[in-house]
Structures are given as C-alpha cells and as structure tokens.
Design a protein around this ligand. Structure first.
Ligand code: K1U
Ligand code: ZN
Length: 174
C-alpha cells in the first residue's frame, strides 16, 4: 500500500466528472487500498479518487471513531437509489480544502448501490455522518466541492485564502 499526494483546491483536476470503472480488478483494488491508507494518514473519514488525481468513480469511507474498530468501505460506481425527504445542515470539511469548514444541507439518509472490492454489486443504507460523507465523496466524482453548495461570496473567500497559502508555501526563503 502507498500514501498518495492529495490535490488541494483550486485545481482543474477537482472539477472533472470521473469515469465509471468497467470492473473492480487488481488495479482498482490497489487504488482503493492506497486511498484508504492516504485517508487514514490524513485523519479523514472519506476520500474520492479525483482527490488523488485519478478520474475514476471510486470512493472510500470510514466513519469509525478512533476508539472503535475500523469499518472501511470501498465503493466503485456508487449511485444513490433512494434519499430521505428529511434534509439537514451539517458542518463539512474536505482534505482538498484544508482548514476550511461550512454547513451544507443534504438528505439525512440515503440508500446507495455500488460495486465492492470483490467486484460484487451491493447496497447499503446510510444515515447521519455516514450518509453525509458518502454524498460528499460522490460530489467529488461530479467535480463538485462542498464550497459549491455555499454562497459565491463565502466560496471565493475560501478559494482565495487557499491560493494565498499555496503562494506563501512556494515562496523561496531569502
Ligand atoms: O473528501 C474529503 O476530503 C474527506 C472529508 C470527508 C468529510 C468530512 C466531513 C464531512 C463530510 C465529509 C474529510 O474527512 S475532512 C476531515 C474532517 O473534516 C473530519 C475528520 C474526522 C472527523 C470528522 C471530520
Ligand atoms: Zn472532500
């Protein structure tokens, strides 16, 4: 397994619609495992393939707390087949928008069909933080970031701050 560099916004690779995988073979399984390692190393609860520069419809999620046994989920070609009418705002972060957070409204519960790491079609029903995280990761597959759900004013403030920190990090010390 390997940890992969995470792309930080703004970056055109985060705005691309990812392509479906034909089947989950050894290469896709390796990508899923590398993404999980990258997610755990970054203290995240989810990660989507476009965040590591791979435009494939693959996401990983683990919302287990530190004191719980890990519960990794590997999902290829995820589709929402049902969403609750109940919609709630929750605070969101993103490893591609480090140190920025905002409230995003999403359905509280969803049923998701996907292909697992053994190339089997499965469905899960998720609610609360798991449902929120799966929807956030699925947005990445459409080139959508959580800042696309908030006002243009707040979005531009966050993106400008990220551009500024990238420039500062690139400055060579005198
Ligand atoms: O997509 C990503 O960059 C991962 C992102 C997932 C996510 C977090 C919060 C709400 C929805 C989706 C993160 O894991 S960012 C890290 C973070 O905010 C967090 C980490 C541990 C617990 C709770 C939040
Ligand atoms: Zn994200």
């Amino acid at each position: 397994m390997a940890t992969l560099p995470i792309i930080i916004a703004p970056d055109p690779r985060l705005k691309v619609k990812a392509k479906a995988v034909e089947r989950v073979d050894g290469e896709v399984r390796q990508l899923m495992d590398d993404m999980l390692e990258t997610m755990y190393a970054s203290n995240g609860i989810g990660l989507a393939a476009p965040q590591v520069g791979v435009a494939k419809r693959v996401i990983v999620v683990d919302v287990a707390r530190e004191n719980e046994k890990p519960r990794p989920l590997r999902l290829a070609n995820p589709e929402i087949v049902w969403a609750s009418d109940d919609i709630q705002p929750r605070n969101e972060g993103c490893l591609s928008l480090p140190e920025h957070y905002a409230e995003v409204e999403r359905p509280v519960a969803v049923r998701v069909r996907y292909i697992d790491h053994e190339n089997e079609i499965r469905e899960i029903e998720a609610e609360g933080v798991l449902a929120q995280c799966i929807q956030h990761e699925m947005d990445h597959l459409e080139g959508v970031l959580f800042v696309d759900h908030i006002s243009a004013l707040k979005r531009n403030i966050i993106l400008r701050k990220l551009v500024k920190s990238r420039k500062l990090a690139q400055e060579v010390p005198a």
